[in-house]
Ligand binder design. Structure first.
Ligand code: ATR
Length: 269
């Protein structure tokens, strides 16, 4: 049986084992998928041990995505751009291939919700690792414009500069946000603290969508704020399932159906 796992610290809360068990059952792929808490100071050692014991691939979550990037022998273009890896694949040659599926997971989930990215005016909130991880696939979808707004304006400007060869992208502080937007994506960790970035009331164009990378049993403060201003809301649970599906595809060459798995997770929140 081929072994896979998710590495994190902590990792007990991870939904990935549930998701991949459902994918395996659905596709008839015979895999084992567990959660492993790697030591904070030796993620690389944990990956080497895992592969020595028959591990074929892994998901990587907080705080190891950058170390997974550094240990990868080869990288996908989107992972190279992200500077982070959430999917490791052990090649037949013994080399480690690193990919990141967060961004394509976000794009697929938005498409599933009927959001048109081509030509859209997009605002992304935040300029940390989570946002860096999704910019390449977002820009590849051909938005009309993409503005990255961050509490620390300088970080958003630098991030935008790093991706400016891929499309129409600019960055700045929240005070530089000038709507309306067709899509606003919250990639800050502000929701965790129940905080809301300072945003103008006329942020949303008619028919706009608000997406929060976070999810929970109740809508985040950002999604509640957006709903009150007429936006359609999408939380991060679908992105989680879609990124998992893309990882599964990298390992097994099969694309699982995400809708029933998402539905089951939603019920269990
Ligand atoms: P992650 O991996 O989740 O992206 P990170 O790299 O630490 O974590 O980035 C966190 C992001 O959330 C940053 O954009 C941060 O803004 P700063 O760069 O100004 O620190 C943003 N953030 C965190 N708490 C916030 C808050 N209360 N209000 C607004 N933005 C916040």
């Amino acid at each position: 049986i081929d072994r896979y796992c998710v590495f994190g610290h902590p990792v007990a809360h991870s939904k990935s084992p549930l998701i991949h068990a459902a994918f395996a059952e659905q596709t008839g792929e015979s895999i084992e998928y567990t959660a492993i808490e790697a030591p904070l100071d030796d993620f690389t050692g944990a990956w080497r041990r895992f592969t020595a014991e028959g591990g074929r691939g892994a998901n990587v979550t907080v705080p190891f995505k950058e170390e997974a990037f550094r240990l990868s022998d080869t990288l996908s273009e989107r992972a190279r751009r992200a500077g982070a890896v959430n999917t490791l694949v052990l090649g037949g040659n013994g080399l480690t291939y690193g990919d990141t599926t967060d961004g394509i997971g976000l794009v697929r989930d938005l498409e599933r919700h009927g959001v048109t990215l081509a030509g859209a005016r997009i605002l992304v909130l935040g300029a940390g690792g989570a946002v860096r991880g999704v910019l390449e696939p977002l820009l590849a979808a051909g938005p009309g414009s993409l503005f990255v707004a961050n509490r620390t304006a300088e970080k958003a400007a630098r991030l935008a500069a790093d991706f400016s060869d891929l499309g129409e992208i600019a960055g700045g502080g929240f005070d530089a946000v000038a709507g309306p937007f067709d899509l606003v994506i919250n990639g800050t960790s502000a929701s965790l603290a129940g905080d809301l970035p300072p945003l103008p009331d006329d942020l949303f164009a008619p028919g706009a969508t608000a997406h929060d990378m976070m999810y929970g049993a109740v809508p985040t403060v950002f999604l509640r704020w957006a709903a009150e201003r007429g936006a359609r809301t999408v939380d991060g649970l679908g992105m989680l399932v879609e990124q998992a599906a893309e990882s599964f595809f990298q390992w097994r060459g099969r694309r699982p159906e995400t809708a029933p798995v998402l539905e089951a997770l939603r019920q269990a929140l």
